[in-house]
Design a protein around this ligand. Structure first.
Ligand code: PMP
Length: 362
């Protein structure tokens, strides 16, 4: 098999050991004679897979007992609508939702929420080209807001929070952690809701993870679709309707693999080192540039530009020839982007660094 390193932003690289185990169990899961794909979600085999995945994730993120873990569908963008439909019932009309706009994904969240309530952009880094997280002291937050929504890692812009936002008393903090969940230690108790599409650090596309504090399950609007009503989903152990069973199974293998590797703390230490190596190569001279403030550079998604953009195609072709794949930046911002999730080995980052140096003629 050709050795490649896949820097895709998502769907993204998965641990090889996980894919090997899934391959070996594809036709016959643990002597059941069935593939996981063929199992009833209500059968004892799948229920055991589901419960183990839930328990392992709870352990990895130290999720407190008063939080529920939901395995849903609809993606990160689905949650942009599902969240207001579940939380707006907590406040009186006219409801206000606070946002901090730090890049493309929080921008999409603002736009979607505006269909359901009044939105207040409490702070924005748009004027600076989304290269920073505005200091919390400058945020214009709303007392009594339905919630405060932040995207703690902007996948396209490469901006990651290095602090936990503090909303006004009684206002739940909602965080889109799609592209950095499980990459660093977090204190779940500081959040009301954490959500993440699975297709970056968790597993295959089609699964959306939601971690929600129990008291926030009670406020869905009457128009909220039953399958997206968090309380309903929680009461049915994520099986109100058929869950994405195979994606949950793969996510469970990823969680077990993370535990065996030393858990989130070990991942974080490795991710710090991987990001350091890559930023160091980008910063060495002005052949390449990453424009994000050093204080909030993402450890997971690292956009960069060649000083001479006429070399972009040659850069990508040379990378591909060396097995360094999917380095083209998002179409909305151009340039390059290297996503180095948990499953990207340090050897992959080193191979990219070697190529960056070679291409720059160093
Ligand atoms: N939020 C973030 C931070 C993302 O990176 C993405 C996907 N790249 C989304 C939301 C949207 O997720 P989905 O495509 O699963 O709806």
């Amino acid at each position: 098999m050709t050795q490649v390193f896949n820097f895709s932003a998502g769907p993204a690289v998965l641990p090889k050991e996980v894919l090997q185990q899934a391959a070996s169990e594809m036709l016959d899961w643990q002597g059941s004679g069935m593939s996981v794909m063929e199992m009833s979600h209500r059968g004892p085999e799948f229920i055991s897979i589901y419960r183990q995945a839930e328990a392992d994730l709870r352990e990895l993120l130290a999720v407190p007992a008063n939080y529920r873990i939901l395995f849903m569908q609809g993606g990160g963008l689905g949650q942009n609508a599902i969240i207001p439909m579940n939380l707006l019932g907590r406040v009186r009309e006219p409801a206000v939702i606070d946002f901090v706009h730090t890049g493309s994904w929080s921008g999409k969240s603002v736009k979607e929420a505006a269909r359901y309530a009044q939105v207040n952009v409490a702070a924005s880094s748009q004027a600076g080209g989304f290269t920073s997280v505005p200091a919390q002291a400058s945020w214009q937050l709303t007392e009594g807001a339905a919630y405060l929504h932040v995207c703690t890692n902007e996948t396209i812009d490469g901006v990651e929070y290095n602090f936990v936002p503090q909303p006004p008393a009684g206002v739940p903090l909602v965080a889109d952690m799609s592209s950095h969940i499980l990459s660093r230690q977090i204190d779940v108790s500081q959040y009301g809701v954490i959500f993440a599409g699975a297709q970056k650090n968790i597993g295959p596309a089609g699964l959306t993870l939601v971690i929600v504090r129990e008291d926030l399950l009670e406020h869905a609007l009457p128009i909220c679709p039953s399958a997206f009503n968090w309380k309903n989903v929680a009461e049915h152990e994520s099986m109100f309707n058929t869950p994405p069973t195979y994606a949950i199974y793969i996510a469970g293998l990823v969680f077990a693999h993370l535990k065996a590797q030393g858990g989130v703390a070990a991942m974080e230490a490795r991710n710090i080192e991987k990001a350091r190596l890559l930023y160091e190569a980008l910063d060495r001279d002005d052949f390449y540039a990453n424009r994000v403030d050093e204080s909030c550079r993402s450890r997971m998604n690292i956009p960069f530009y060649l000083r001479d953009e006429s070399l972009n195609e040659a850069f990508l072709a040379g990378a591909k020839a060396r097995g360094l794949l999917q380095l083209k930046g998002h179409k909305s911002v151009g340039g390059m982007r290297a996503s180095i999730y948990n499953a990207m080995p340090i050897e992959g980052v080193q191979a990219l660094v070697d190529y960056l140096n070679e291409f720059a003629g160093r």
